[in-house]
Structures are given as C-alpha cells and as structure tokens.
Design a protein around this ligand. Structure first.
Ligand code: NAD
Length: 355
C-alpha cells in the first residue's frame, strides 16, 4: 500500500545564481566553466537587452540572435542553428521568457552546447527538462535531462520592466505549476514545501507589483516564487489544469499565460474534493478559506482576465475542447468526466464562479 511517506525524490543538476545584478556575473560564471564565447538569444522585442548583455560580454560574445518566437517552431530553430554554427560560439545564453528559453533548449539539444538561461518572466521553463516544439502546426513535447539549462541567472533588475498585465498572468502561470505539484501522483515532501512557498510568495508579492511595478523586494519575491514553481513543474507530473491549457492554447491559439490565469480556479475546483491536502496547502498559502475561489479572487484583485471569452476563445469551441480533454487519457486526482469538464469550460468561458 502506498503511504503518504512513500516517495521518490530526484534532484535536478544545474546551478542557480539568484540576486539583483546577477547577470553581471555572466562572464565570471562562463569562465568558471571554461566557456569562451556565447551566442546571446532573444526575441525581436528584447533585442536591446540581448545587445546590452552581448556588449557587456565584449570578446566573450559571439553575437546575438533575436529569432526567438512563440511555440519554438522547428524552422526558426534551424535558421538559428546556422547562425550558431557560423558564430563559433561554445555556449548559448537565452535572455527572455519561455519562448526564448525554448529556443535555447532546442539549440543546446541539437548542438550539445551548454545553455545559460536568464529568465525575464515567471513562466519557469528555465528549471525544467521539458521542450515544446512546433512543426507543421503540430506541437510536440519532449522531456530529457539534457534539455535542462546548465546555469540559470535570476536577476530581478531584468523583471522590473515586465508590464504589469504580463507580470500578473505570468505570476499566476507560475502559481499553476505549484498548485498542480501539490496533488501530483509523484509528489514528494520537498517539492510540496516548495510549491506552498511558491504560491505564498507570488500571492503576496503580485498585488504589490500590480500597484508599484518597480518595487524591488516584491519583484524579488515574485522571481523567488517563480523559481520554486519552475522546480515544481520540472520535477513532478502536471494534470488537468496544464492539459486543458495545452489543448485550449493549441486548438484556439489562445495566449499562454492568460489561458493559465483563466483556467486555474476552475481546474482547482474540479479536483478540490479529490485532493484535500493540496487544497489545505493552497488555502494556507493564499490565506483563503477556499482554494478555487481564493485563486479567482487573487486574479480579480490583480485585474487579470477572468473568462475564456475575454481572451479570444470562440463559444462554439467548448464542445470540441471538452471532447479533446478526455481524448488522451492522463492521470488526474478526479477521473476525467466529459460532462463535468464541459461544465468547467462553460463556466470558464463565461467567467462564472468556480464550483
Ligand atoms: P514569452 O517568452 O512568449 O514572452 C512574451 C513576450 O514578452 C516576448 O515578446 C518577450 O520578449 C517579452 N518579454 C519577456 N520578458 C520581458 C520583460 N521582462 N520585459 C518586457 N518584455 C518581456 O512568454 P512566457 O510566458 O515567458 O513563455 C511562454 C512560452 O514558454 C510558451 O510557449 C510556453 O509553452 C513556454 N513554456 C515552456 C515551459 C517548459 O518547461 N518547457 C515552461 C513554461 C512555459
């Protein structure tokens, strides 16, 4: 019989340097590993930061590549691979959110070069051995220890400019990793501690960031929570919340962090009765009497989108999404019941209270 004290705990290799100004330690950290020249990756929108980092590296920069884009399309990776080979770099530095870190992972996997990630959102990809890629409109996800970046520099200064709306949805995206880690079938006491701390840290700091985006301690607490939540995502299995967001995002091209933000209270309500210990931990972390409505109240107080309608889901997509949600079976604390999932989606579409 599986007792609550029976678990497997595996640490992930990789070094984390956390703290204001830590991106200034990049060349020192590269030297520690015997690395000579880095190709600095970003999106077009963050090309200026990539140029700044590249300038800071001086002769240790092999140039920049600002091709990173949403969903890590394989054709973009292949273009970037040519730039990488021509650059003579012996390592990759990705600076940005999950999209840029995704390109760093895809290139590192294909070239065997070490990957240093400098995250500027709260999505958590930098702490996971997971890579999602798209080819011919199909998204595939793979998990391989080689995908995990070798070094992560968390520099709060780089998050100050993250717009409030993105900070809020990205922060709730991080909370979602922690929420699902609390009822994962392969959960363990260490990851559960991290998950509760992640939720508490983000839930307390996000309202401050929403009021004062340049508040350094609050930004630091968000990044700290995001780091912990990223470890949760990389360590244990996710369930209905992540699967629904994946389906909705892929089928209706909905924005990643916003979809997580809308779905989280409803997915939490769906599993609540089947995961009482997880709910108790979420309630402690939020200081709320009900996990699902506490999560919705948090999103509401932060001015986040509250319905799928608001973020571009077509109403006639509910039935299709419900069909897809039960098509590929996966573990969930509560069995996947099509009608109940349809009801969940219908409530989420209209932004009705989660029950
Ligand atoms: P993103 O990386 O797509 O970034 C969105 C936009 O915001 C980009 O233009 C980016 O350049 C910009 N941006 C990022 N940080 C900024 C900052 N500080 N200031 C101003 N602009 C900034 O968004 P995301 O939510 O971080 O990542 C989403 C993607 O990452 C999705 O494709 C998702 O599937 C993937 N993801 C993967 C994992 C994993 O483990 N593999 C985990 C989480 C997310």
């Amino acid at each position: 019989m599986l007792t609550t004290r029976e678990f497997i705990y595996e640490t992930r290799p990789g070094r984390v340097v956390f703290g204001a100004g830590s991106c200034n330690k990049l060349s020192e950290e590269m030297k520690l590993r015997g690395l000579g020249r880095a190709l600095v990756l970003s999106t077009k929108q963050q090309a200026d930061i990539a140029n700044r980092i590249s300038g800071m590296l001086g002769p240790m920069s092999a140039g920049t590549c600002d091709l990173a884009t949403m969903h890590t399309p394989v054709e973009i990776t292949e273009k970037a691979l040519v730039i990488l080979r021509d650059s003579g770099a012996d390592c990759l530095v990705s600076i940005g959110g999950g999209s840029t870190i995704g390109l760093g992972k895809a290139l590192s996997l294909r070239s065997d070069l070490p990957h240093i990630a400098i995250p500027t959102t709260y999505a958590g990809s930098e702490m996971t051995p997971i890579l999602g890629e798209t080819e011919n409109a199909l998204k595939t996800t793979r998990r391989d220890p080689a995908i995990l970046p070798t070094l992560v520099l968390y520099d709060v200064d780089l998050t100050i400019g993250l717009p409030v709306a993105m900070s809020v949805t990205s922060g709730i995206n991080a909370i979602a990793h922690a929420v699902e880690a609390l009822y994962a079938p392969d959960r363990n006491p260490v990851v559960s501690l991290m998950a509760e701390e992640a939720i508490a840290s983000l839930a307390h700091a996000l309202p401050v960031v929403a009021e004062k985006p340049a508040d350094l301690p609050a930004r630091e607490n968000c990044q700290y929570g995001a780091w912990l939540a990223g470890i949760c995502l990389g360590s244990v299995s996710m369930a209905i919340h992540h699967k629904l967001c994946h389906t909705l995002g892929g089928t209706f091209n909905l924005p990643h962090a916003e979809t997580h933000t809308v779905i989280l209270p409803y997915a939490t309500a769906y599993v609540a009765e089947f995961a009482p210990d997880a709910m108790a931990a979420i309630e402690r972390a939020l200081g709320s009497e009900n996990a699902a409505s506490g999560l919705r109240d948090l999103a509401k107080s932060l001015g986040a989108p509250l319905s799928l309608a608001q973020i571009g889901m077509p109403e006639d997509g509910i039935e299709k999404a419900a069909d897809l949600a039960v098509k590929n079976a996966y573990w969930n604390p509560r069995p996947l019941e099509r009608e109940a999932i349809r009801d969940l989606l219908n409530r989420a579409y209209h932004g009705a209270p989660p029950i």
